[in-house]
Structures are given as C-alpha cells and as structure tokens.
Design a protein. Structure first.
Length: 525
C-alpha cells in the first residue's frame, strides 16, 4: 500500500492516465467517500492503489463499445471537458432537461476540419435554425461563432430562457434592480420566526450529522458496504424527527399551506410560498421588460431549487416532503427549505457573472427565439416583426442549415418540467401541441404521431432555407424512425455520427448513445 498526499496523487494520476487530474479532483473523491481519507485535514493522504482502481474503472470507452458497437465515436463524448466547461457562462442560467452540451454544437458548427469532418458546413455570417430551440444552446453557440441564428419553440418559457441568454443586457441596471429586491426580501424576513427556526434546525442537524454521519468516513463505509446506509439512515431519521417536531412546536411554525390544488401550493412550504409571493410582487412592478425577464429567470431558477422534495427527487418529483429525512444522495439527514433567500442571493450573483462573462465573448450577430409551432410558422414574417435588420439578411441569404435536437418520443413532458414557472408567471400551457411528450407514451400511435410531427417541421422549415442546405439532427433513434422521417420530408441521410452520452441528468448511468443525422435535400444529392 502506497500513501500519497493530495498534491502527489494529482501529479501521479495525471501522468499515469494522461489527463489533467487536479488536487481539487482528488479532494472531491475524498469528500464523497469514493476513496479513503488517511490522516487529518492538515496531513491528508490517499491510497495510490485505490486511486488507480477508480481511474481505471472510469475509462468507459472499451466497455461502452462492447455494448453499443465499435462505430461509437468516442471523440464526440467530449469526456475531456470538465463540468464547468460543459455549463459555461449563460448555458447554466436555468436548468433544462434534455439539452445538449455546447461542445457538440461547436463541433458541427465550427469551421475546423479533422478526421471526422472533412467538409465545412457552416461559415461565419450564415444563418442557423433550431426548430426545437429548448433552452437556446444552438443560439448561444452560433453567437460565439459569429453566426446568426433563429430558434423556434412551442413553449413561451423556453423562448424566454433562450432570449434572455442571447440578448444584450445593461449589467449595471440589472444588478441595481436585483440588489433592491434582495435588500427588500432580506428586510422582510430578518426577524421572521421561520428564519430563526431554520438557524436552530441547522445547528441541531450539524451536531447530529457530525455524530452519526461523519464525513467522509461514513460515505466511504457505505460505498464499501461496511454499513447498510439505508437501514442505518432510516433509523436515525426517526430519531431526529423528535428534535424537528420539538422545534416546530417551539416556534409555532406552520409548515403546510392551507390551500391545495395548484403546483405552487402543493410543492412549497408555507413560509417559502410567502417569500415567493413577496418577490413576485416586486418583479411585477419592474418597468424595464428586458430586466424583468432576466429577473423572472432568476426567480424561476430559485424556486425550482426550493421545492419541498427530497434531494434525490429534484429531477423527477415524487411526493412533497414536509420534515427532515435521511438523504442517500448526501449520506446524512437533510431538510426541506424554509426560505428562498440563500438560493435567490446565490443565483442572482451567478446570473450577473454569467451574463457579464458572455458579454465579453458575444459577436455582433443576430439571434432570436420565436414562440410558435415549427410545423407551420412563417419564419420570415416573425423575424420581420421583431428585427428589420435581421429580416433583410434572412431574406437575402436564407437559412443555411439546421442544428437541433428534436424531442425524444415519450421521454420528457417539456411544459410540466417547469410547471412552477408556468403557474407563477401565467405562461400559456401548450403541452397538447408538443411533439412526442412523455404523457403520450411510446406506443405505435405515439410513434406515428411523432414521425408525422417531425416531418411537418422539416417540410415547413425547408421553405426558408437556401438551395444547398444541411440539416443536422441529434436523436436517440431506438425505434428507427428517422429514415422514415427523412423520406417523408424529402431528405436523404448522407452521414451518421454515433456518440456516447456520458453526462445524463437521469439516475440511469447505463451505456447510452445518440445519433447525429446529417441530411440533405434529395434534389442536391
């Protein structure tokens, strides 16, 4: 057994595995109990053999190719990019299920050439179209690459996320407005009993967790199956509930809301809903529409993190939680939130930093997301009403191509994932117009409807494209629908790129791939 300091482990692992493994990476593995911590904080060491075993198991390429096929293009996994790079600047302004990483867009839009791409598809100044715009990844990357872009999305909220990302903002005025709201929120809750309650609850939780769930030793022992984490955790959950209930009684705190029926009443504790309403009233009074829309995105991001749910269920809600509970994600007793202030404050600062960062990268190009049905929208007319200069370019050059990730059949309810925002801001719910939503399933009728829907989108979009256009669609085509879609749309698939998807938001971490279909019109092949 060989012991290494964190810095020695970083140097050794980087050289051994040919990648940049930082001291922070090693500390992360210790913190989450993946490798054992030897010694105290001032003299922490790790076991080299354990570290080597972990990084060897992390190499998925061979295993995934055995399961998914040797045609898997590992270059397109972008496994060399850290999480911070995959969520750079405005890409993390708001959570969104089903979005692709910016590096994938960059790869196919940029004018580089390599062993996988021998011809340049898009040039600076071209117009790129994303008819399933989602959270605007294609639009943002088009801007970075000095290309114009148009997005289309049936969801008003998705369009707002996308347009907030690509619009120019007065950072100074935005920051001033945010500070004003933050100060008023802070003042309104300064002496409230729920804040005092939560402070005492956190103190009790820290003492309890340090005693029974010492980190990182407890996490490590659970991972090594030396402790049955679930059984032990549920026992301690019951034990701590007596402390929680006494604090509730001490502060005479009302946790559940009296009202029922709506999403905001079901999934938020009473003191949290009160703060949400307070901030929303302030936001409603903002006169500058651009600033108002940005702050609505901050508020939406905030309240998403403040839903009364267990941490493990944030992506897919199950049942509301109104008390402390054992959390297998964090290996300790956790609690629901009783105030939005900390998340509001954090996301406000983060949003300002991300917008300012992107401001230094943006190019003088045009991007806009249209709220419409891509099956029949008149793109020319929509852009003409919104930006005359962009419209002149569009009419002259037309759309050069599409880069988009259509919805996957029966996978996500795109409107329902942001139900809190739709209710809070009064957006129109058009989920009945979604193509391939989860609530319609994956049966034959749903697949036939999906094929017709995607085909109609492509047929409509072709009306606004130049003669020698290119279409790149990202899809996991487990039902082999895209050859039929291409045929119904008057297109031909000329090339396919099969890429592994390593960083999925779902809990399922099994081998998974998607195809980038490169299509062109039959008349130019």
């Amino acid at each position: 057994m060989t012991l290494l300091t964190i810095r020695e482990a970083s140097t050794w692992a980087s050289k051994k595995f040919g990648e940049n493994i930082t001291p922070s990476n090693i500390s992360y593995l210790i913190q989450y109990g993946i490798i054992k911590k030897i010694g105290n904080n001032s003299n922490t060491k790790v076991i080299r053999e354990e570290l080597e075993k972990y990084y060897r198991s992390k190499n998925k390429e061979k295993v995934w190719k055995q399961q998914l096929g040797e045609d898997l293009n590992w270059r397109l996994s972008f496994d060399n990019f850290k999480e911070k790079e995959r969520t750079k600047h405005v890409h993390r302004l708001h959570p969104y299920k089903g979005k692709f990483i910016p590096q994938l867009v960059e790869y196919f839009l940029d004018d580089h050439t390599d062993e996988f791409k021998h011809n340049v598809i898009f040039q600076k100044g071209d117009i790129v179209l994303d008819p399933f715009c989602g959270s605007g990844t294609t639009l943002v990357q088009a801007n970075e690459l000095a290309m114009n872009a148009i997005g289309i999305d049936i969801s008003e909220f998705n369009s707002q996320i996308s347009n907030v990302k690509v619009k120019k903002h007065d950072i100074y005025k935005l920051n001033s407005e945010i500070r004003r709201i933050t100060n008023q929120l802070k003042e309104s809750i300064y002496n409230s009993k729920n804040v005092q309650f939560e402070k005492e609850l956190v103190t009790e939780l820290n003492e309890f967790n340090n005693m029974y769930f010492p980190s990182p030793d407890y996490k490590y022992r659970v991972r090594k199956k030396e402790i049955n984490g679930w059984k032990f955790g549920k026992t301690k959950e019951k034990e701590f509930l007596t402390i929680f209930e006494k604090l509730i009684e001490k502060y005479n705190l009302t946790v559940k809301q009296d009202k029922k029926g709506s999403f905001l009443n079901k999934w938020y504790l009473a003191p949290v809903k009160k703060e949400i309403d307070f901030v929303q009233e302030l936001v409603e009074k903002i006169e500058n529409e651009n600033i108002k829309k940005v702050i609505e995105i901050i508020l939406s991001r905030t309240i998403r993190s403040c839903r009364a749910t267990k941490h493990a269920d944030l992506a897919t809600l199950k049942e509301p939680i109104y008390q402390t509970y054992y959390c297998p994600k964090h290996y300790k007793i956790c609690k629901p939130l009783f105030s939005i202030f900390s998340w509001w404050n954090r996301y406000s600062k983060d949003t300002i930093n991300r917008l300012a960062h992107f401001e230094n990268l943006r190019t003088e190009t045009y991007q806009h997301c249209i709220t419409a049905d891509a099956r029949d929208v008149d793109i020319f007319s929509e852009i003409e009403t919104k930006d005359q200069e962009f419209y002149k370019i569009l009419k002259t050059k037309k759309v050069k191509g599409i880069f988009s990730s259509p919805p996957y059949v029966g996978l996500i309810n795109y409107h329902r994932q942001h139900a809190y925002a739709y209710e809070l801001f009064g957006f129109r719910n058009r989920e009945n117009m979604e193509i391939g939503p989860l609530f319609k399933g994956k049966g034959k009728a749903a697949r036939d409807s999906y094929i017709n829907g995607i085909s109609k989108v492509l047929l409509n979009c072709k009306k606004f494209m130049c003669d020698n256009f290119d279409i790149l669609l990202v899809a996991n085509d487990k039902f082999n629908m895209y050859p039929t879609i291409a045929k119904k749309s008057g297109l031909k698939i000329i090339k396919q790129y099969k890429r592994p998807v390593l960083n999925r938001t779902e809990k399922d971490k099994s081998a998974y791939s998607e195809i980038i279909f490169h299509m062109k019109g039959n008349d130019v092949i």
